[in-house]
Design a protein around this ligand. Sequence first.
Ligand code: ADE
Ligand code: ZN
Length: 337
Amino acid sequence: MERFIQGLPKAELHLHIEGSLEPEMLFSLAERNGVQLPYASVEEVRQAYQFSNLQSFLDIYYQGAQVLLQEQDFYDLMMAYLRRCHDERVIHAEIFFDPQTHTERGVEFATVINGLQRAIVDAEAEWGMSAKLIMCFLRHLSAESAMATLEQALPFKDWILGVGLDSSELGHPPSKFIEVFARAKAEGWHRVAHAGEEGPPAYIYEALDLLQVERIDHGVRAMEDPLLMQRLAQTRMPLTVCPLSNVKLKVFERMEDHNLRDLLKQGVAVTLNADDPAYFGGYLNQNFIAAWQALNLTEEELVELARNSFLASFISDERKRSFIARLETYAQAAPAQ
Ligand code: ADE
Ligand code: ZN
């Protein structure tokens, strides 16, 4: 089954590029840019990656991002991730970046996006994959800061597929960003938001009704509200679920406790995703493998998760059909057992 997962064509829809910064690259960029790190070795970094909740992770994640300063740093980070996609048969990726994490430190928006986009163009040419950027607003910062970020992004409009909302969820409900998301919609951008990771079902309703999102990132706490579950299932609203992340950040104590199989069984359009793989112990295939092992997912369920990843993506219907045809050809030709 691991080999079956490895070869399964799939899309990644919830990956923070800053969360793919591996400790080795953290050290090499720190050295290249003369940034002091509070760690003596790669091993010490890995040992520091023990988290008790979302905030305890975010503190370390934002600290790590401080080594990213030059356009080439963003290029190298994105290129390393896209190489990984190529190795894992991720044939389409919609990739989050957090511009404010960089602009708040004095790095120009253009420096960030020029590096990321140049790597995407090179990887598409080299490996024939497809990748697009989704710009996330940091919800612990003000709505004004988010709007200013949106305006900085306008000259690069065509490189950006949509907007998202991430960072500390509790105390920062989606309603804080109504105007920014309305503006994003008017600019023709897609909309997604993290909701129901640590926050209550009410935040999922707000993301749907007030921000008009087209996917919910995480959303696992929807299970607490039967009416919401019905709505998500009936509208086939995708949830981009991140199993290893949820266990590392103590949303679920153990992988065996994860509710993704129950969500799937109740008709919700679940996709599997890696979130911040350098911090949570694995890229997309590792998330599939961990979920399969702990929850006894069947081959049909694994194929359904991969199919959902294409259906929930923001590509044309024609490209969706073509990717799903590749998936189905693979599943028929290479059954797991
Ligand atoms: N930023 C990076 N990963 C995140 C997550 N899992 N939740 C909220 N913000 C994030
Ligand atoms: Zn996330």
